[in-house]
Design a binder for this molecule. Structure first.
Ligand SMILES: *[C@@H]1O[C@H](CO)[C@@H](O)[C@H](O)[C@H]1NC(C)=O
Ligand SMILES: *[C@@H]1O[C@H](CO)[C@@H](O)[C@H](O)[C@H]1NC(C)=O
Ligand SMILES: *[C@@H]1O[C@H](CO)[C@@H](O)[C@H](O)[C@H]1NC(C)=O
Ligand SMILES: *[C@@H]1O[C@H](CO)[C@@H](O)[C@H](O)[C@H]1NC(C)=O
Length: 580
């Protein structure tokens, strides 16, 4: 009987694993499966208060965690000590992304008193000195947040997105949202083309939901479960891994990277296996039951990425700048130059740069070959940079992929065009990488890979590291970027001709469960850190955030081909600037 049962359990386990593999094979998108080993949840990042309750739940003693300061996420402080200068920069960074919190109350805000998009609205602020609006001016929409009872909100902290579009022109631009901390917000748009423009405002999360997300970010880095398999001969065992694990529970294997000091740990197998027998690394599922039923109400269809509509018209007519000057009706092709911090906008659904170099359209593969001739393009990071590899290999007929037999998500991948002497490489970043099994020998840190490059005018580097960091405290991401940024600076110092592109985060679709792990709010915070970390470094910051916000296509972790094509145009225009 026992034998039968254990066989049955094993078959069941296999089935679950296969389903999991099947469902998650192609994309990085979150799929919800129950955790295979709920008892092995690691507790490392939790504040003492949260740790206490989880410890009870998992029947584990709190010794070894007792030295922790409450509210401290100690994993984030492991690894190499930052220099005093870097520590100061980190403090300033954290300060700069601080998010206004709802007033502290003894009890959570009742759902009826949280922000409700359906009751909220926006109106246009009248144009200065008259009712006409011209290219070159700014448009401001004032957004008023109300709760489910229709009462105005009195505090800020809601996460809003705004954009302005003229679909018939294929035009779109992101808006800048300013929180007045009193329940009202300003969405500011540059007016860059003439015609009818429509404003769209979206509430991604009410401020009360951000409080929940912030807590999860600091206390539950185990929202994605990472595991490794150990094997020697016929003996194998799978254990839980993460950036840090409580050592009081079970001995750990320390896989901290020697060069960068980036921490990574797995529980030591109980069987006769050593830490050297670790074979692979994989995502083993997602943590369930992260929030209470009441908190769930903050992530419904009605208040998760829901539109806020205008009272009255949501469109305005923009006249050409010349009309303003000449006072006549002649139209002008020339756009006014607008003071803005935005990176660009779409026109005919082609991305145009604001302030940067002109972006050329690469519609002919021959033009791309011409640009990439003699170059090695190294792409490092998550699947959002892998998309560039996939795009280029799909459109360049002479670029042939070399079959390395790599797993479809993780790579590494290599494609070569012998005639034009073009080589493309993709390699995933090191842990925490939330892919299906990859060999531990392929777990490489981007900083170390960059240190292995000669660089030079024939080298293009494209980096995208963000999507797998949304489950960790921001300090973890800052530390990772610090290592990458330093390696980029070293590369540019030894080979200044090297082209480096850093891709920003982008918007994605998200359900309730997904938003707890991969919310756009987490990504927005990381994105601001990324921009600050590379400020003053000679890299192209590819603004995937604005490019996904300004486009009409639905948000997707893997932006659709028209957006990717625009990103490739932006990269190639930077790699091969037009000579005047
Ligand atoms: C955690 O539990 C210990 C022992 O029960 C208790 O002394 C301590 O105050 C608790 N800490 C918090 C922050 O609740
Ligand atoms: C909120 O703050 C803005 C900016 O300071 C101000 O213009 C507006 O009148 C305020 N609204 C309310 C309802 O207090
Ligand atoms: C793991 O190794 C690193 C470097 O080798 C060391 O700094 C760190 O303290 C070790 N971690 C533990 C928990 O022993
Ligand atoms: C400009 O347009 C207005 C109405 O659209 C028209 O009445 C006026 O005659 C036009 N002026 C010129 C100079 O064409």
């Amino acid at each position: 009987m026992m034998n039968f049962l254990s066989k049955y359990a094993c078959v069941f386990y296999l089935l679950v694993l296969l389903t999991l593999l099947f469902h998650n094979f192609i994309t990085l998108d979150v799929k919800w499966k129950s955790d295979l080993h709920p008892k092995q949840v690691q507790l490392c990042f939790q504040s003492t208060a949260a740790a206490n309750s989880t410890l009870e739940q998992y029947n584990i003693t709190s010794e070894g965690l007792s030295h922790l300061e409450p509210k401290q996420s100690f994993c984030s402080h492991l690894g190499q000590e930052p220099s005093p200068e870097e520590a100061l920069k980190e403090r300033n960074l954290l300060e700069s992304i601080s998010w206004s919190e709802p007033p502290q109350q003894p009890t959570p805000t009742p759902i009826e008193e949280t922000s409700d998009p359906a009751h909220s609205h926006f109106v246009f602020v009248p144009a200065e000195g008259g009712k006409d609006r011209y290219v070159g001016a700014q448009l401001e929409a004032r957004v008023f947040l109300k709760d489910f009872n229709g009462r105005p909100k009195s505090y800020g902290g809601d996460f809003l997105l705004a954009r302005l579009q003229s679909p018939e022109l294929g035009a779109g631009v992101a808006g800048q949202v300013i929180d007045h901390n009193n329940g009202s917000y300003s969405a500011i748009f540059p007016l860059l083309w003439e015609g009818t423009v429509r404003v769209e405002v979206t509430l991604v999360h009410p401020s009360e939901a951000i409080t929940v997300l912030r807590r999860l970010r600091e206390e539950r880095p185990d929202r994605v479960l990472y595991k490794s398999m150990f094997r020697s001969g016929l003996v194998s065992e799978t254990t839980m891994c993460n950036l840090c694990l409580p050592t009081s529970q079970q001995p750990v294997c320390n896989y901290t990277d020697i060069l960068t000091g980036e921490p990574w740990y797995c529980y030591k197998p109980k069987q006769d296996l050593s830490c050297d027998n670790r074979i692979n690394h994989f995502r083993a599922g997602y943590q369930n039951n992260l929030i209470t039923d009441k908190e769930t109400l903050l992530f419904q269809r009605s208040n998760l990425k829901a539109r806020i509509y205008a009272t009255g018209s949501d469109t305005v007519t923009v006249l050409s700048a010349k009309q303003e000057k000449l006072g006549d009706n002649r139209t002008s092709e020339k756009e006014a130059t607008v003071m803005t911090t935005l990176s660009g906008y779409y026109f005919k659904w082609s991305w145009r740069s604001l302030g940067g170099a002109a972006i050329r359209e690469y519609n002919d593969p021959a033009d791309i070959n011409q640009c990439l001739k003699g170059k090695v393009v190294n792409m490092y990071g998550d699947s959002t940079v892998r998309q560039y590899y996939e795009f280029l290999t799909s459109i360049l007929p002479e670029l042939k992929e070399f079959n390395l037999g790599s797993p479809v998500q993780a790579g590494p991948f290599m494609a070569v065009d012998m005639a034009h002497n073009i080589m493309l490489n993709y390699r995933s970043h090191g842990p925490p990488i939330s892919y299906l099994p990859l060999s531990v020998t392929q777990l490489r840190y981007v900083a170390n890979e960059l240190d292995g490059l000669v660089g030079g005018s024939n080298t293009v580097v494209i980096i995208s590291v963000w999507a797998h960091f949304t489950t960790f405290p921001v300090e973890v991401y800052i530390r990772r970027l610090r290592h990458i940024q330093r390696a980029v600076v070293r590369l540019l110092e030894r080979a200044p001709e090297t082209t480096v592109v850093v891709r920003s985060a982008n918007l994605r679709s998200q359900s309730l469960q997904e938003s707890l792990v991969v919310s756009d709010w987490f990504a927005a915070q990381l994105d601001r850190v990324l921009r600050a970390m590379f400020q003053g470094v000679d890299v192209l910051l590819l603004d995937a955030w604005e490019m996904t916000l300004a486009h009409h296509l639905p948000h997707n972790i893997h932006p659709s081909t028209p957006i990717i094509k625009n990103m490739i145009n932006t990269i190639l225009s930077h790699v091969c600037p037009e000579k005047n």
